[in-house]
Design a binder for this molecule. Sequence first.
Ligand code: ADP
Ligand code: MG
Length: 337
Amino acid sequence: MGKTILEVKDLTTKYITRFREDVYAVDHVSLSLEEGKSLGIAGESGCGKSTLALSLMGYYFPPLHYVSGEIIIDGKNISKMDPDTIRKNILGKEIAYIPQAAMNALNPTQRIISFIEDVIHAHYPEMSRKEIYESARKRFEELNLSPAVLEKYPVELSGGMKQRTVIAISTILSPKVLIADEPSSALDVTSQKMVIRMLKNLMEKGYIKSMIFITHELPLLYNVTDDIMVMYAGQIVEKSTAKDMIFDPIHPYSKGLMGSIIVPEAGARNTKLTAIPGTPPNLKKPPAGCRFAERCKYAFNECKANAVGLKDFDEGRSYRCLIDSARLREVYKNEQQ
Ligand SMILES: Nc1ncnc2c1ncn2[C@@H]1O[C@H](COP(=O)(O)OP(=O)(O)O)[C@@H](O)[C@H]1O
Ligand SMILES: [Mg+2]
């Protein structure tokens, strides 16, 4: 086993709304990430993926609040650190986050190089502008981005180029963990592929030591991450290797996210994705039993009455469902025929 870079133990966080309601958007989540490994997090919009990302960076600003659990990044327990220390010593350096739609949030009046100067200067005030430029130029070349981009303004770049530039800026300090939140969702297929190739390149060259890739499209993670975690209503519902999750999803929600899509292989054509009927539950009043029961075509009375925890099955896999994994496999197999 490799060195553990990120360890999240039983993390729970909540929003407190203006009406003083609690919204537990991250509910007892545990995960761990080893050096050189990547984790995909998939789930529909509103399942808590972005909140989990903010939570595991220790980014707690109202209305988001820490409730319980631990976050350990390369041996440092950041769950007990104050926000100022986190901002100065952790963000960007230990862990970097690329928010959803980050590329559209770049200040239009700044050249790309000046974003990089800001980031580097905050951590290495002794570096000269010339040194910063030189290191940025080298990094861009290593990542197959033209150094000419450094002199440009955000509006001069295409969507795909802008997104790859944002990734290069966010990882300029070589963070141990990179969290990319829907990094390819707004892009065309060619640009998506280039973004994914760049993220892999960052890992291979050792500029980042581990990665979390968030998406609402589970099938997109095929050949992208080592492991996958599926989230539903603030909870993990299934965890396994990417290969197992995509070719043999067990939880009815994971199965639903895979829909009837055929993973692209030579000669195979994608069939249409069947959406799961219904919507995720309101987290202000989550259901007492299984949170997916309302939408699950296999649910029986007990599912709605009793909450179910994560259970291990097979080698290194886990899922949250009352129905036996062998039974679910059998049901899925029969449905295919
Ligand atoms: N500022 C907020 N105040 C209250 N609830 C919020 C806030 N932001 C998000 N939520 C709720 O938290 C849940 C998870 O949201 P989010 O983490 O953005 O999901 P995802 O990234 O998977 O789409 C949703 O149910 C959403 O309504
Ligand atoms: Mg999100």
